[in-house]
Design a protein around this ligand. Sequence first.
Ligand code: PLP
Length: 386
Amino acid sequence: MPDPAARRPADSQIEFIDLAAQRRRIGRRMDEAILRVVDHGKYIMGPEVADFEQELSAFCGAKHVLSCANGTDALGLALMVKNLKPGQAVLVPAFTFAATAEVVAWFDAVPVFVDVREDTFNMDSASLEAGVATARRSGLEPVGVIPVDLFGLPADCDEILAIASAHRLWVICDAAQSFGAVYKSRKIGTIGDITTTSFFPAKPLGCYGDGGAVFTGDDDAATLLKSLRVHGQGGDKYDNVRIGMNARLDTIQAAVLIEKLKIFPDEIAARERVAARYSALLEEKVTVPRVPPGLTSVWAQYTVRLPSGCDRDAVAARLKAMGVPTAVYYAKPLHQQTAYRHYPVAGNGLPVSDRIAGEVLSLPMHPYLDETVQDRIVSAIATILQ
Ligand SMILES: *Cc1c(COP(=O)(O)O)cnc(C)c1O
């Protein structure tokens, strides 16, 4: 009998992220892995959880890896380790997903928004310096910075770490989109005090639900994280020694991730091929994403900037009519969003975030995007922009 997961969809609808294609490749193995967990019944902290953590550690070289419930909790756990206090300031980029700033607000601390670079979409170090000064001028104590590796590309870690050390700030790397990438021969997970990631299904390494992980080289931080992940438990299971949370990764998700990690290097290579081909075919028509020398991206998104003055909504609508799905990451930088607009911004404002939010357009991106489909996407864009 044919593997039901191996059946191709009847129509040739272009997917923005084609998770079904991955299922056609490893669906049966995945289903078997899930069933093994269902059968052994250790749904919480079963053996697959520790196995997966060990494999993640081997993959990226981080000394300690703790899986957790999602990428937002991963950030929250990291901030608990840093003992973030009400009123303290944490520098975060404005052009990111809400979770990066949201977790700071959990602690009644103050996210201070920093601008990004228009060529990489990542934190701008000059704006970071300005943000530290802004925080101090506002009477806040800056204690940390959370750079984000947007769309899968590592942030300018050397520059950010140097600024952080000059101002005695801790660094938590939000690598929710970049697990698997490399920064100057250092793998993501080994940079900064603590790194966090997400296994949300649409991330480059995604599970079948929510999942996340925290990476650190610090033994004390790892011990603390282990306790915080399970309600602040101590050596005695009935004596909780600190306030923690319930942030465990489900065993079933660990089993899924073990299977997906096996093909992850191959998928990263495929993503790189798709991105390189997009860039070669599109660089005359739009501003294509730049990868600085010595860095690799895992291409969580392939995001271009449309020529200024171009009506993005109209372009996206025409692409949709031609069967090409797109997305806008991010239409509104955080400092313009309702829940965040009362927080301080670095210096005199964030002109790059404000501008690029109106220009960015993310194209279909996944490891199984074949050249025929990619040619359809590229020619649709060429037709519309000519
Ligand atoms: C997805 C994401 C998160 C949150 O991860 P979840 O697993 O969805 O909680 C945090 N930061 C960034 C930059 C993200 O893209």
